[in-house]
Design a protein around this ligand. Structure first.
Ligand SMILES: O=C(O)CCC(=O)C(=O)O
Ligand SMILES: [Fe+2]
Length: 175
């Protein structure tokens, strides 16, 4: 919540919009990923390209093995693990709330021949009965809403019924 509040502040966004969605009844889930060593890593994807569908993801590269990559200007760039540091990724919901000011990051995980890789991701989701759309405090005539507003439950239902495929679900939410 501290990180989200600071991010809202930087945009002059009404921080109540973030608080209402995430603070009291927001949900945090955790995923542990295990990528075994692979004799032919060039034939295999550890985790296919996707952006996280949540608000904010906090990720630990547990055993400090390379593997996480982000897509920047169309190029895959490795995110080298830093001991005892978390990676903080912007998810699709923050892109929607901020009407595209903060962009969710497309990422993937590769495997290698040498050693297993472990990561732990925590995902911050809004409350189920919330409404998800661009924050009204950021909308002006010059900056009209770029995404539809829908209920969080409908958003999650749509998300779970799709394959992980780049930022395609976010694109489906665009006006
Ligand atoms: O293993 C990683 O570093 C990435 C994991 C990830 O992107 C996810 O769990 O959503
Ligand atoms: Fe992810």
């Amino acid at each position: 919540m501290k990180i989200l509040n600071q991010m809202a502040k930087a945009l002059n966004m009404n921080s109540e919009d973030i608080k209402t969605l995430f603070e009291l009844e927001g949900m945090q889930s955790m995923r542990m990923n295990y990528y075994p060593p692979c004799p032919q890593p060039e034939l295999v994807t550890g985790l296919c390209p996707h952006s996280d569908p949540d608000g904010l993801t906090i990720l630990l590269q547990v055993n400090e093995m390379e593997g996480l990559q982000i897509k920047k200007d169309g190029i895959w760039i490795p995110v080298s693990p830093i001991p005892n540091a978390f990676v903080v990724n912007i998810g699709d919901i923050l892109e929607i709330l901020t009407n595209c000011t903060y962009r969710s990051i497309e990422h993937r995980a590769t495997v290698n021949t040498k050693k297993e890789r472990l990561s732990i991701a925590t995902f911050l989701f809004p409350k189920l009965d919330g409404e998800l759309g661009p924050s009204p405090s950021l909308i002006t005539l010059e900056n009209p809403p770029k995404f539809k507003t829908i209920g969080v439950t409908d958003y999650l239902r749509g998300m779970f019924s799709r394959e992980l495929n780049g930022k395609s679900y976010l694109d489906a939410m665009r006006i």
